[in-house]
Write a protein that binds this ligand. Structure first.
Ligand SMILES: Cc1cc2nc3c(=O)[nH]c(=O)nc-3n(C[C@H](O)[C@H](O)[C@H](O)COP(=O)(O)OP(=O)(O)OC[C@H]3O[C@@H](n4cnc5c(N)ncnc54)[C@H](O)[C@@H]3O)c2cc1C
Ligand SMILES: *[C@@H]1O[C@H](CO)[C@@H](O)[C@H](O)[C@H]1NC(C)=O
Length: 495
């Protein structure tokens, strides 16, 4: 697709006349160039523009108008005003892991506001509240929390995911059943809103934003530059396990797993991986000793039967975090995740165990993978526990779920060109699998899906992601972003 530079400039000029009387330059680029200090700007003529435009997922190769790297809240504010005056869509970027490439705009022609310079970190040892800049990634955040008093925050396993998108869309990981999802642990945020105003959102200030950002905050309501998050001290011994079962026992094991959550210890979190190699692996983190961990999984094993193999390790919390980060190195501070690849991820959230049809569809697809995949698997997270008891209401609506499933299909060798190699059979397999799962979803239950696994193929996705929160989200959107400056293909709509 060609970059329509001239026409964008004309649109910008028209939008400026129509919407503002402020003396901002009509050209967004020159407006951004006027922002001084430690910020920097990447434009299509910069030598590393292509590299800067890429997302973590090589499926996408969107062409933003520019990528701006602010250094201060005032820089963010000024950039929002520049883009807004030119009616250019704004996409904040933290870790760049959006499944649909939305931090690159999800379409051509956006302004990316990349928070890589917002990597500040501190922790208050009296309140155990961590202050975390919006550009930090999870691995480095875990490393900093550990180095500053052996703390943790409940969040995901992938070390290169950014705190920004992750915390604003929920955030589920290996201590969620003990401490809840990450968004429910946000105490307050600094947000630069769509008008460019710098605000604090908390339980007592800008409460509408505080409510909306926690769950529906990714890209729709402004740029969160800093999070204040409740941190915790894990016990001195933490146990991690992998338990391997054969896929042929899928029905018994899926039933046992879903039932287990209701009575399982909240010190235990589990995630199950089912893949096309015929394996079902249950991964467990238990906040306590190996002896106690074994007791905690005993009810599960009673229902499933003995695993064919297991690997149980007692260590510190940070050892478990490193283990389940699946890095090429083992350095959370500088994580080396797998090389960028092509992936399609989707999700469904369930309020009850899978029905027979659903289990059979999973087995059918996993035993007949398409040609060309490098990996295809399901991650089944065990929900419940503290996830169901948030301290306050927010736009995260999946409390009360039993399991959350992520469907992942990956293909393409590392190093292939972005946007070039689209394995047709892989994508068709992924979509057909998902369509069958949607059709089998228990009748009378509104479909729920996890917004951090955002997917443009999901019909009525706004309802599935936000459920009963949607009407209020639209009202807040209309009030804080009436011109819809923070827009991408699945942003919160005005109406
Ligand atoms: C390999 C991989 C592993 C994952 N593992 C887990 C997991 O274990 N648990 C889990 O819950 N999820 C997991 N996820 C999903 C992850 O939580 C989401 O993809 C999340 O949105 C990524 O955040 P990000 O900042 O890296 O992405 P980005 O692409 O930077 O952002 C995602 C969205 O949020 C917006 N956004 C980002 N930062 C801000 C900000 N500061 N202010 C306002 N809007 C912002 C972006 O515009 C975009 O729309 C995983 C994803 C991947 C690709
Ligand atoms: C692109 O260039 C800028 C300015 O020289 C630099 O600061 C930035 O790190 C580069 N980005 C990448 C992804 O290499």
């Amino acid at each position: 697709m060609h970059f329509q530079w001239t026409s964008l400039a004309l649109v910008a000029a028209a939008a400026l006349q129509a919407t503002t009387s402020q003396a901002l330059p009509t050209n967004m680029i020159s407006c951004l160039q006027a922002i001084k200090g430690k910020s920097y700007l990447i434009t299509p003529s910069s030598s590393n523009y292509t590299k800067e435009s890429l997302t973590e997922n090589y499926l996408f190769n969107y062409k933003p108008q520019a990528i701006f790297h602010p250094a201060t809240n005032n820089d963010v504010s000024a950039a929002i005003k520049c883009a807004s005056a030119a009616n250019v869509a704004i996409a904040p970027r933290s870790g760049g892991h959006s499944f649909e490439g939305y931090s690159a705009g999800g379409q051509d022609g956006s302004l990316i506001i990349d928070l890589n310079q917002f990597n500040q970190f501190s922790i208050d040892k009296k309140t155990n509240i961590a202050t975390i800049g919006g550009g930090n990634r999870l691995g480095p955040t875990y490393a900093k929390l550990w180095a500053n008093g052996q703390y943790l925050i409940p969040a995901g396993t992938c070390p290169t995911v950014g705190i920004g998108g992750h915390a604003l869309g929920g955030g589920v990981g290996m201590t969620s059943r003990k401490y809840g999802v990450l968004s429910d642990n946000i105490v307050s945020m600094t947000v630069v809103d769509p008008s460019g105003a710098i605000k604090t959102a908390s339980a007592t200030e800008n409460t509408d934003l505080y409510w909306a950002l926690r769950g529906a905050g990714g890209g729709s309501f402004g740029v969160v530059t800093e999070f204040r998050i409740q941190a915790y001290k894990p016990p001195s011994k933490v146990t991690s396990m992998t338990l391997d079962f054969p896929l042929s026992k899928y029905s018994t094991i899926l039933d046992a797993y879903a039932a287990f959550g209701a009575t399982a210890s909240e010190d235990l979190m589990a995630e199950m991986n089912l893949d096309t190699s015929g394996n079902m692996q249950v991964q467990v983190v238990y906040l306590g000793s190996k002896a106690d961990a074994n007791k905690a999984v005993a009810p599960l094993l009673k229902a499933t039967g003995k695993p064919k193999s297991s690997d149980i390790r007692e260590g510190k919390w940070i050892d478990a975090a490193v283990r389940f980060a699946w890095m090429q190195n083992s350095d959370l501070a500088n994580p080396k995740a797998g090389d960028s690849n092509y992936a399609k991820g989707r999700s469904l959230v369930y309020r009850q165990a899978l029905n027979k049809k659903e289990k059979d569809i999973i087995y059918k697809y996993l035993t007949a993978p398409p040609k060309g995949i490098s990996a295809a698997y399901l991650i089944v997270d065990l929900w419940g526990g503290k996830i169901n008891r948030p301290a306050s209401e927010s736009a995260f609506v999946h409390h009360g779920a039993v399991i959350g499933i992520e469907f992942v299909t990956e293909w393409g060798d590392a190093g292939t060109k972005p946007g070039k190699k689209a394995c047709g059979p892989c994508q068709t397999w992924s979509l057909n699998f998902y369509k069958e799962m949607l059709a089998a979803y228990t009748k009378g239950q509104p479909i729920q899906a996890y917004q951090n696994y955002i997917d443009k193929d999901l019909p009525n996705s706004m309802d599935a992601y936000y459920g009963k929160a949607l009407p209020r989200l639209k009202t807040i959107k209309k009030s804080v972003d009436p011109n819809n400056v923070f827009r991408f293909p699945q942003s919160i709509p005005l109406n």
